[in-house]
Design a protein around this ligand. Structure first.
Ligand code: NOJ
Length: 560
């Protein structure tokens, strides 16, 4: 298998608004990030992915960009950003930027001009349609609620927005738009960045005609996914982007792709096709939702997780490359989600980290994950900041009259603000995140869970993550080894092997609070020793093993 630096890297995602505030305005900023680079370097990560820091009115916290070449004032200046890049590189780390080009902000000058007149130079940069029988052009719903179309008075027609009305979709059919995007990308790459994470990049090609979507009887809007996810020209656009921009730089690329399956992902990540290197897929993040979508709560069945992860591990093997993640700024905290933050906080956080970091692919850590930060439960909807959460609440409680407590339960379990509370640096007021009033409340458990304490305690989740990251650098079997699922039917233990030449790993992770005995199937491994684990007493490798609640144990040995 081809060896590449980005396969051997561990990435750390920063959501700047919530990371570290240097000037007391309650909002994280770029100088605040610089102050913490030594911390990240000590953790051992290789690459930092910065969620958007561009100018934005913050309807969706920076995922609505009004100027691609300016830094959001709340976060600092272009000089601060240059400084950040330099300081990252000085520490031998890399920096990748978020590329949000499925849509802009409605405050972007292209849209401001486009909406004024049908003759605007930028008119074709967006997707406009006339109304149908006095209503929207089609029945698609937007991700953040309501119709995906908004009426524009000046031109007496509608524009498409798959997210909020303040995020109009760009028209990738238009060549001039594409050239402008490529020029913008080159500009950032020429500044010396090391790659892009591409926001909903598999949404950029829409099916011509934008047909009505299938709709459930009780729903007002249809779900148009099949007409914009992995659309007809997506591979062509990505190949063009590669040809016109990416091929000239040695950079990392990962495309966020809701609705992507293994077969499509092979096409996106097969290097010989010259598209991207990795995708963020969502299958494993959808396993704890019912048919009603994200807010429809369901308990994870471990067998579903095994089936999905294994299909991706073997599916992309030797063809493409997996990204590995359990957290990001859109997902609840994994220790609260698949672990047990009340009774097995440290153990389950370490178990989940082990499970992920021993897989084949490039691991992505989300800020605070290395501390085991947990979900939050604010009493009042007034304390929430996320547009998706607030719209969901209003729609369910105010429009549909659903029980408030039931709706809050979904928000507590799945809301994006779970991931967006400030990073807990120490036990001083506001967890040391800011000296001012934070833009969103700090999780009240910060006296127990914070970085300063984690650094001090050598058994902390932080130090365990350091070890996981270091092991990946020391053992190429972790990066390149073949994956094989064992005990597929076991309901509590997720177990798999990795093997490369004569080296072998056996990874055992207990996703339950029961002590379980397992019969290890016939694995041809000798000279095995425990490489890493989250319990102190470790059994020697033998045919029957006892796995403690939320235990993670990795044996390393030689293949016979
Ligand atoms: C995916 C991003 O991760 C999310 O935060 C954002 O709301 C949407 N794309 C729209 O840009």
């Amino acid at each position: 298998m081809e060896h590449n630096w980005w396969k051997e890297s561990v990435v750390y995602q920063i959501y700047p608004r919530s990371f570290n505030d240097s000037n007391g305005d309650g909002i994280g900023d770029i100088p605040g990030i610089i102050q913490k680079l030594d911390y990240l370097n000590y953790l051992g990560v290789d690459v930092i992915w910065l969620s958007p820091v561009y100018q934005s009115p913050n309807d969706d916290n920076g995922y609505d960009i009004s100027h691609y070449d300016q830094i959001m004032e709340d976060f600092g200046t272009m000089e601060d950003w240059q400084n950040l890049l330099e300081e990252v590189h000085k520490r031998d780390m890399k920096l990748i930027m978020d590329l949000v080009v499925n849509h802009t902000s409605d405050e972007h000058e292209w849209f401001q001009d486009a909406k004024k007149s049908k003759d605007s130079k930028y008119r074709e940069y967006y997707i406009w349609r006339s109304g149908k029988n006095g209503k929207e052009p089609n029945n698609w719903g937007a991700t953040f609620g309501g119709s995906a179309w908004k009426y524009n008075e000046e031109t007496d027609d509608y524009y498409l927005h798959l997210f909020s009305p303040k995020q109009p979709d760009l028209n990738w059919e238009n060549e001039e738009l594409r050239e402008d995007i490529y020029a913008m990308m080159r500009k950032w790459l020429d500044r010396g960045i090391d790659g892009f994470r591409m926001d909903v990049i598999n949404f950029i090609s829409k099916t011509p005609g934008l047909p009505d979507a299938p709709k459930k009887e009780n729903e007002v809007y249809g779900s148009g996914g099949q007409f914009f996810m992995n659309g007809p020209r997506i591979h062509e656009f990505l190949q063009e982007m590669n040809q016109k921009v990416l091929k000239d730089y040695d950079v990392m690329t990962v495309g966020e792709m809701p609705g992507v399956g293994v077969e499509e992902a092979k096409k996106y990540t097969d290097l010989s096709r010259n598209e991207l290197q990795m995708v963020f897929q969502f299958e494993h993040m959808d396993l704890d939702s019912g048919s009603g979508g994200k807010w429809d709560l369901k308990t994870l069945d471990l067998k579903d997780l095994k089936e999905s992860i294994s299909r991706w591990q073997t599916g992309l093997h030797e063809i493409g490359w997996n990204s590995l993640y359990l957290n990001n700024h859109d997902q609840p905290r994994v220790v609260s989600r698949f672990g047990d933050h009340d009774n097995y906080h440290d153990k389950s956080a370490k178990m989940l980290g082990t499970f992920l970091h021993m897989l084949q692919g490039t691991p992505f850590i989300y800020q605070g994950e290395e501390l085991g930060m947990t979900n939050i439960e604010f009493d009042s909807i007034e304390d929430y900041r996320d547009i998706e959460t607030i719209n969901f609440y209003n729609e369910q409680v105010h429009e549909k009259g659903r029980d408030k407590n039931e709706v809050m339960k979904s928000i507590y379990t799945k809301g994006r603000d779970n991931a967006r509370t400030p990073v807990q640096w120490d036990d001083s007021p506001n967890a040391g995140f800011t000296t001012g009033e934070p833009w969103i409340k700090v999780n009240e458990n910060y006296k127990k869970i914070n970085a300063e304490k984690a650094l001090r305690e050598d058994q902390s989740i932080f130090h365990y993550y350091r070890q996981l990251i270091r092991l990946r650098k020391e053992h190429s079997v972790i990066v390149y080894g073949d994956y094989e699922l064992i005990l597929p039917e076991h309901e509590k233990v997720f177990a798999y092997t990795r093997s490369l030449n004569d080296e072998m790993l056996l990874v055992l992770t207990n996703f339950s609070d029961d002590t379980v005995k397992i019969n290890v199937p016939d694995i041809k491994m000798t000279n095995s020793e425990v490489l890493i684990g989250n319990y102190e007493d470790q059994e020697d490798f033998q045919s029957q093993l006892t796995i403690q609640p939320y235990e993670a144990r990795v044996y390393k040995g030689k293949c016979i």
